[in-house]
Structures are given as structure tokens and as C-alpha cells.
Design a protein. Sequence first.
Length: 263
Amino acid sequence: MDLLSTEPYQLGSGDRGVLLLHGFGGSPFELRPLADALAGAGYRCRAPLLPGHGADGGRMGMVSEADWRRAAKSALDELIAEGCSRPFVIGFSMGGALAIRLAAARPADVGGLVLLAPALALHGPSLLFRHLFRHPRLAALWPRIEKGPGDLLDRSVRMPAHPPLATSAAGALDRVIREARRALSQVKAPTLVIWGAKDRVVPRTAAKEAAAGVGSGPAHLVILQRSAHQLALDYEREAVIAEVLGFFETLHPGARSVGSQGE
């Protein structure tokens, strides 16, 4: 992981599509090892950069949760237009909350859902950020804060630097979480939930809520004992890849054999 790019990417080819949605204040980099593995296994992967993130981070306070939903919907539509019938959706952290909402709204278009540390609740500094700065007056008093290093234990993995977080975006984050919790029971797609036991951003209760409450569930919940929040980058990233590929294989047998000759 030495290419520290926050840019969106498209990987792989074929008619089995995967949409990957990154977390709040993050970028598609957070999911790149997983996307690389999926592309190698024969999947067409698309990882958009959500508005107000990456190099566009200075605008985060000027975008809304509706902008994030539209970006996710647009990327799903692009996969379908490229010939991918009922793509899978993978959402990490806030991207998991967006993925829940997308799957609930588009049941005919989402073939399966993977939630990596889904942000149905937060704890630690992330909880304080959400609850303090969703109030516009407090956000105006303290307009930006440093994001800090990613929550992962494998320090051999370098992450790209991100601009300070606009505190005015806390309201949008709060609404995404609330909307996802309301939409959870409406999800019809088969679902896999993965959570790291060392996670300091999303509590275990959120992962359990996602697995127990999904409308197609109860979903299988995988707890990785040596991982923190950044599941696709941390020590057990190969386990994440294996779990996701195995889950997709149960839904569409033969995908891996197709990918053995892929890019």
C-alpha cells in the first residue's frame, strides 16, 4: 500500500459488479486491497469518491447527506449500465450506512450487501464529533478539527493525509446514521457484516444491530479479533477478502473460477 491516492477507481471487468463505498472523512483508498482482490477474482469494481472528500475535502461542510446518496446511486447506475446485473454493494463505516439506505431503496438492483464496521452508532471521539457539532452554533465556533490517523493496528500500512474535517458536516453524518437505522429492516439483499474487536470508532452494538436487524437476516456476523476499524487495511485484511469472496461465491457460484483468468 504505497500508492497514497484518494482518487476514485474502477478495476476489473465482466458482468459481476461491486460498488465500494468509503467512510466519513476517508477515501476509496480504505477499500483498495479488497477491490484489488475482487477484481482479480473476476469482479468489476467501482469505488467513487464521495463529495467533499479527498482533494475536495475543503468543501465537506458545503455538501449534504443527499449529495452522498446521489453519488452512491450514480455509481450503482453506472455499473448496471456497464452490464452488471444486480451488483453487490460493500460499505465501510459511514459507507455502510449509505449502503444500507441504497439497498433498501433499490431492492431489485442490489444482489448482495457487505457491511464493514457499519456506522449505525459511534463511540469515542467520533461520537463526540457527531453529537457536539451537529448543532450549528457549536460548529460555527469551532469550524474545523484534525481527522487524526486511521484506526488500524498494522502500522506498516501508510494512509494518505486528509484535510481537517469540517465540523458543519457532523449534521449530515448524523442524518446518514439515523436514516440507515430506519432503513435497515427494509433491506432485502443477502447481507454479511464484519467488525473488528479492536474497533475504536464503531461499537460492537452497531455491528450486532446491523446483523440482527437487516430485513433479509439475521445476517452472518464475523468478528475479527486482531482488527481495528480499518478492516480492509488492518492485520486481518486477507481474512476480510476471504470472507467477502466466500459470501459472493455462495450467491453466484463459479465467480472465482471466472476470475482466475481475469486482470
